[in-house]
Design a protein around this ligand. Structure first.
Ligand SMILES: [Zn+2]
Length: 219
C-alpha cells in the first residue's frame, strides 16, 4: 500500500482541521488517511458539525506508530496535548471499515476527559460523562463484549470507560454491532440498548448546545 504523498496528506489534514483532529506523524498510508477521513466525517455528521467534534473532544493529536494500541492519553492536562496513537492493529482490520470504528472509539475516550476536572485527567480516571453514564444505565448491558455486554461468552470485565467509548462507536456505526452479532458467537447479543442510546443522545444534545452558545458569542 503506497505511502500518501505530501499533497494527499495536506488535503486530509485540511479537512480534519475544523474538527480539531490534528495529524502529527507524516508517514501515513493512503488507506489510513482514508479511514481517518471517513471516520471523522461520520462522527461530524452524527454530532451535527465539524465544530461539534472539536468542542466534544477539545482537539486531539493523532499519531501513527507501527504497534499502535489505540491509546488515548486523556491524562495530558492540556487539551491540545491529547494524543491518539494508531497503528497496524487499528488500521489492518477485517472488514476494513472496522478501522473507522476504532478511530471513533478513541474519539469517544477524548470526549470524556474533556468534560472532567484536571485531577481526573491526571489519573486517567473515569470522567464526568462516564460516571454519569454508569449511573444512568445501571444494570443495562453495554453494546459489545469489550464495552460491558457481560454476555456468557464475553471475556472482558465491565469497564465503564470502555463501555462509553464502545457506546459512542456503536451509536455512530450501527453496522458495527450488527456485524458483531452476525459474525462472532460471543457477541450474539451485541447492540446499543435503549438507555445507552438515550445517554449518548443526551451528550450529543449537550455538545450541540455548546456549539450554539459558541456561535452566538461569536456573532
Ligand atoms: Zn478504549
Amino acid at each position: 500500500m503506497p505511502e500518501a504523498s505530501a499533497e494527499e496528506f495536506g488535503v486530509v489534514a485540511g479537512k480534519l482541521h475544523p474538527t480539531g483532529v490534528n495529524l502529527i506523524s507524516r508517514d501515513w498510508q493512503q488507506s489510513e488517511l482514508q479511514i481517518i477521513d471517513a471516520a471523522v466525517a461520520r462522527i461530524s455528521q452524527v454530532l451535527g458539525s465539524a465544530r461539534a467534534v472539536q468542542i466534544a473532544t477539545g482537539g486531539v493529536r493523532m499519531e501513527r506508530t507501527p504497534e499502535g494500541g489505540g491509546l488515548t492519553y486523556g491524562f495530558w492536562i492540556l487539551p491540545w496535548w491529547k494524543r491518539i496513537v494508531l497503528g497496524d492493529p487499528e488500521f489492518q482490520q477485517d472488514p476494513a471499515w472496522r478501522g473507522q470504528v476504532a478511530e471513533v472509539h478513541e474519539l469517544g475516550h477524548a470526549w470524556d476527559p474533556q468534560r472532567s476536572p484536571v485531577w481526573v485527567r491526571v489519573f486517567n480516571g473515569a470522567g464526568r460523562i462516564v460516571n454519569a453514564m454508569s449511573a444512568f444505565v445501571a444494570e443495562e448491558p453495554g453494546p459489545t463484549c469489550y464495552g460491558g455486554l457481560m454476555g456468557p461468552d464475553c471475556h472482558f470485565a465491565r469497564v465503564p470507560r470502555e463501555e462509553w467509548a464502545e457506546s459512542v462507536a456503536a451509536y455512530v456505526f450501527p453496522e458495527y454491532t450488527e456485524w458483531l452479532r452476525a459474525n462472532l458467537p460471543a457477541e450474539r447479543d451485541a447492540g446499543l440498548r435503549p438507555k445507552h442510546k438515550a445517554f449518548v443522545e443526551k451528550q450529543i444534545e449537550a455538545v450541540r448546545k455548546m456549539v450554539a452558545n459558541d456561535e452566538s458569542q461569536r456573532a
